[in-house]
Design a protein around this ligand. Structure first.
Ligand SMILES: [Ca+2]
Length: 227
């Protein structure tokens, strides 16, 4: 009886400590990430983001002009305040693959779900890459090209782009195109070469929107006065 009690105590203690230190680590691989025109790979110094849709409603950031210009790249930042703003940065960096441009091979280390507002197990994940923004940039300028990728089901020997249960180690997120030659299986990959092109564009900064709105109001007021 006492033994059972002690076992129960240690199990409860183990559970509590797992809860406190729970975390997920990701391996993120992509090959090949291109510039906007698809005429070449993006530089290995360029920025990538791992983004979670924390509201279970898909990704607003999959469309042009839905990422605010001059938005911060800090972890936890909401990329778009236009459409609810639940698509949040959970990890960032430079591609950094040593032997080729356009290839991503990153290990996030331990990430805590609690460090990003609203991030929970089961949330969709997406990769964003910015060929013209440096990996150590603190903001993303307006009119920056970027690419977007997510996938609800596993492909090419990697996992679905969905936040796994907590804790999980080395959860493999992969994005491979048929023109990739480093990590991608090449012609047999799940995605066409064009999927690696950074064809989307960030919008104007929030303050500019506010200024534009105020200018519009002023014009309306002027017109009314003239009448
Ligand atoms: Ca979302």
């Amino acid at each position: 009886m006492i033994r059972k009690f002690l076992l129960l105590c240690s199990l409860v203690g183990l559970f509590a400590s797992t809860q406190a230190e729970a975390s997920i680590s990701f391996l993120i691989q992509a090959d090949e990430l291109n510039n906007s025109a698809g005429t070449g790979p993006m530089a290995k110094t360029g920025l990538f983001l791992l983004v979670a849709s924390t509201a279970g409603d898909g990704f607003a950031v999959a469309s042009s002009n839905t990422i605010n210009g001059d938005v911060s790249t800090a972890i936890g930042t909401s990329l778009s305040s236009l459409t609810g703003g639940d698509d949040r940065i959970v990890f960032k960096g430079a591609l950094g693959y040593p032997s080729a441009d356009g290839v991503l091979d990153a290990n996030t280390g331990s990430l805590n779900l609690s460090s990003v507002t609203g991030w929970t197990t089961g949330d969709s994940l997406a990769l964003l890459w910015f060929p013209d923004v440096a990996g150590n940039a603190s903001t993303i300028p307006a009119n920056s090209s970027y690419g977007f990728y997510t996938r609800a089901t596993a492909a090419d020997g990697t996992s679905a782009w969905v936040t796994p249960s907590d804790p999980t180690s080395n959860y493999l997120l992969g994005f491979f195109t048929q023109d990739g030659a480093e990590l991608s299986p090449g012609p047999g990959a799940a995605n066409p070469a064009s999927a690696g092109n950074a064809t989307l564009v960030t919008g104007v900064p929030e303050p500019s929107r506010a200024v534009l709105g105020m200018m519009g109001m002023a014009v309306l007021a002027l017109r009314r006065r003239r009448r």
